[in-house]
Design a binder for this molecule. Structure first.
Ligand SMILES: O=S(=O)(c1ccc(O)cc1O)N1Cc2ccccc2C1
Length: 400
């Protein structure tokens, strides 16, 4: 009956992957939590939307290069998704009594626990595959494409589950005035300062000092010096914490013996449609080729030359998935994260969020024919002339 179960599961994945995920806006999340807040309605919606999002991702994982799919870590992550899908579809979505609803919340908490190490486990699978074989040239952009979508999907699935558990579960931890993970009045400068203090604590532990914070707040919309938006504070904190760690490390390593180093300057500005947070350091910056690679997963998981022993304990050590994942958090609700570096001086990081909750709509990947095409099409050869000294191997130089 293993075979029977196996292809029953394949049929379920096939069935639910045909639905497109439904993106929600922060406005919709908040309205539901504030007004209807009906557990049975939330259950019915999740009973359909979770299998849809899980199945879409399983289909996409099946499009990964065979070598990568075969990696033990990748197999493990796939099995988590399949297991979670099976558990959710076990519930009858039409007549669920209150005992079922309690059971459903337990299953959701089990899924959060099961998937808590997905990012590291998937990164490990990529590293295993990376070391096994020098992947073809186009491996980099296909992996970048997949991981951006896979981790974005995971951010959304976690939000959906956490909203339901926090609103209807019996979790003791509840932030007053929050609606689940959403703060209807998120004090952006306060979250930025919390993230700064967290990074400062780590920085002082290792460098025995830390750059000061110099923050300016401008609200161009409401007559107030406060800047609040409807947002998910934990996402904003994650982004800023990562950026402050990079800026502090750059600054302290540029001025190793100074007793006072240049501050990290932050500007928070709320405009009609964008809320901008600019985090500037005088850490010496980096070349454009380096700053673009800060967002590459393969660059971050490539086996690094054994770093000096301090790397293990440098708490601010970059090169994790910190920046790529932070950019996904910013993009997930319609924002973005950009690095502008002036090599020799320092780097400005720009975080953009939506000022209006109606515009803060989930970014949700969908597995369809276009997706398939992305994994199938060969790597396009460049159609700009490459100067001789960077000539790619496949071109014979006619002059020698
Ligand atoms: O590339 S960076 O300019 C840089 C990148 C991202 C960021 O948020 C801030 C930054 O400053 N930069 C990070 C870093 C770390 C150790 C030593 C030197 C540097 C330089």
């Amino acid at each position: 009956d293993y075979a029977r179960n196996e292809n029953a599961l394949q049929r379920m994945i096939e069935y639910y992957s045909r639905f497109s995920p439904t993106p929600l806006s922060l406005r919709q999340f908040l309205d539901f939590a504030q007004k209807s807040g009906d557990e049975k309605r939330s259950f019915k919606w999740l009973r359909q939307e979770l299998p849809t999002r899980l199945a879409n991702m399983v289909k996409e994982m099946n499009r990964l290069p065979d070598g990568l799919q075969a990696m033990p870590s990748t197999q493990l992550v796939t099995s988590w998704y399949q297991q979670s899908l099976e558990e959710v579809i076990d519930f009858d979505q039409d007549n669920a009594n209150c005992r079922d609803l309690v059971e459903f919340n337990k299953v959701l908490e089990g899924i959060i626990q099961r998937h808590r190490n997905v990012v590291e486990t998937m990164a490990h699978g990529i590293m295993e595959w990376n070391e096994l074989q020098k992947h073809p040239e186009d491996g980099q952009d296909k992996i970048q494409y997949f991981l951006d979508r896979f981790y974005t999907s995971r951010i959304g699935i976690r939000i959906l589950i956490n909203q339901h558990i926090l609103l209807f579960g019996d979790s003791p931890v509840r932030q007053p005035d929050f609606y689940g993970t959403i703060d209807p009045k998120c004090d952006v400068p306060m979250v930025v300062e919390d993230a700064y203090n967290g990074a400062k604590f780590l920085c002082e532990q290792y460098y025995l000092g830390a750059p000061a914070l110099d923050i300016d707040v401008h609200n161009q919309i409401e007559e107030s010096s406060e800047v609040n938006i409807i947002y998910v504070p934990s996402h904003l904190h994650h982004i800023c914490f990562e950026l402050f760690k990079n800026s502090m490390r750059a600054t302290m390593e540029r001025y190793p013996h100074a007793c006072d180093v240049p501050p990290v300057q932050v500007r928070v500005t709320k405009g009609k449609s964008d809320l901008g947070i600019k985090i500037s350091d005088a850490g010496g910056g980096a070349s454009r080729s380096v700053t673009t690679r800060w967002f590459e997963y393969l660059y971050s998981t490539a086996p690094r030359p054994p770093r000096s022993e301090d790397a293990r304990i440098t708490p601010l050590a970059g090169y994790g998935y910190g920046l790529p994942i932070s950019r996904l958090y910013a993009r997930y609700l319609g924002g973005d994260l950009e690095l502008q570096s002036m090599e020799g001086h320092g780097t400005d990081a720009y975080v953009y969020l939506k000022s209006l909750s109606t515009a803060a709509v989930e970014t949700v990947p969908v597995f369809n024919s276009t997706t398939n095409e992305q994994y199938r099409r060969p790597h396009l050869t460049g159609d700009w002339v490459v100067p001789a000294n960077q000539k790619l191997k496949q071109f014979r130089n006619p002059f020698n």
